[in-house]
Ligand binder design. Structure first.
Ligand code: IMP
Length: 415
């Protein structure tokens, strides 16, 4: 296998965690390369539920490498909480490696996230308020600190410099937090995390040269990608295939396969256009049946029909070799199931995903209506098979497997 990627094709929460968990069985390690504590991966093992934000899903196996690449923005407090939580439940395998190049989040990033959201008012993005946007902005602006800084002797001096910069440029932050407190807390974090910090680029290249199989686990979904997503209603990292290279340091030539994960319907948390959104009781039905509440924030997710146009765009840009379709069971019991196959914008048909969020928000979906099915066993009903076939043809991508429940064994392999 070498390097294999799993990418979410929609607005996140496609169920990547469970597909990674499944594929991880055949791998030597799992790598995260983008996002940060805004991400939430839910996994169910032997009826035990695990919610991971920063630690790769391979941690639940006792022999896998778990690598947090340089593209992941790390909130050290959240990471330590996650390590402790897994240790308490005897699910921490100790094989955790954090990139020395990973950018760090500080409490002022959360404050800035909240401040920016409140100033935006009606234009707010609906962020997770974990400080991810301001944190990545600092990195690009070269006023961020990295994991290597945290474990170095001059950390305090660098943080004081950055803080003085912050309060000069953003006076609203002044008096909002005690920097001495932050320094003390981060010194403690540094002692706890130091044993896990390493040059993960070297590690990844070594593992791949030893013929190890590594799974690259994307966070968020392609439609939240900062370059190609529904800008500005996106997250601040690259959730596309290119994020793998900039966020881990492997080369495109080392990536063998790219698998996509799509939910059988669409969900979205936060603001932004969503042409197939169902606002009434149908949306409520999907939300309740699919338990569509954010893993990180608990917010109810907006729900709607599968948007074939948006999902096809994701397949094209990411060079998807095959997809996993999740939560097929949630659609079971409906009379009819819809898939969006085009949009109507100002009376004209659009067959592509427009760059402008304003245009997308005014698009009316064109639906293909398919008969529904009842799902009461592991056997796929005829109409469910027809739905899968339609998706395959429309996306021009093979459906490799479908999930029909949250447990590890509620999965049907179609390869
Ligand atoms: P941020 O990443 O917290 O800045 O939020 C920006 C947008 O991305 C908001 O609409 C969030 O709801 C969304 N978002 C961020 N992370 C995730 C995720 O893991 N799943 C789903 N949506 C996410």
């Amino acid at each position: 296998m070498g390097a294999t990627a799993v990418i979410g094709l929609q607005w996140g929460d496609e169920g990547k965690g469970r597909i990674v968990d499944l594929l991880a069985q055949r791998c030597d390690g799992v790598v995260r390369y983008n996002g940060g504590p805004n991400a939430g991966h839910t996994l169910v093992v032997d009826s035990e539920v695990f919610k991971l934000h920063l630690i790769p899903s391979g941690i639940l196996y006792n022999d896998k490498f778990n690598i947090i690449g340089n593209g992941v923005i790390v909130d050290p407090g959240t990471l330590i909480e996650e390590i402790d939580g897994l240790k308490e439940r005897n699910f921490f395998n100790g094989r955790l490696f954090i990139s020395d190049r990973s950018p760090l989040l500080f409490p002022y990033h959360r404050l800035m996230d909240e401040l920016e959201e409140s100033i935006r008012g009606n234009f707010s993005l609906g962020t997770t308020k974990r400080g991810v946007g301001p944190g990545y902005t600092d990195e690009i602006n070269r006023s961020g600190l990295r994991m290597i800084d945290l474990i170095s002797d001059d950390f305090e001096e660098k943080l004081r410099m950055v803080w003085s910069l912050k309060i000069k440029l953003c006076p609203a932050l002044d008096g909002k937090l005690d920097i001495e407190d932050v320094i003390r807390t981060y010194r403690e974090y540094s002692i706890i995390l130091k044993p896990y910090v390493t040059d993960t680029v070297m590690l990844l290249h070594r593992l791949l040269s030893e013929d190890m199989d590594l799974l690259f686990e994307g966070a968020q979904g392609f439609l939240l990608d900062v370059n190609f997503g529904t800008y500005p209603y996106v997250s601040s990292s690259e959730s596309s295939i290119s994020g793998i290279f900039s966020g881990s340091g492997i080369s495109p030539k080392q990536l063998r396969k790219v698998y996509g994960v799509a939910k059988s319907y669409m969900t979205r948390v936060g603001s932004g256009p969503f042409p197939t959104e169902l606002k009434g009781s149908s949306g409520e039905y999907l939300r309740e049946k699919g338990k569509e509440y954010g893993t990180t924030t608990g917010r109810p997710r907006r729900c709607g029909w599968l948007d074939g146009v948006a999902t096809r765009f994701s397949c094209q840009i990411n060079g998807i070799d095959g997809i996993y379709l999740t939560k097929l069971d949630v659609l079971g019991g409906l009379e009819e199931v819809n898939i969006c196959v085009g949009y109507i914008y100002e009376g004209e048909r659009l067959d592509y995903f427009p760059a402008s969020s304003e245009i997308l928000s005014r698009c009316e979906p064109i639906y293909e209506r398919l008969p529904g099915w009842k799902m009461d066993s592991r056997e796929l009903p005829k109409n469910a098979i027809a739905f899968i076939k339609f998706v395959e043809d429309f996306l021009d991508t093979k459906v490799l497997g479908v999930s029909i429940g949250p447990e590890r064994d509620s999965f049907i392999d179609l390869c």
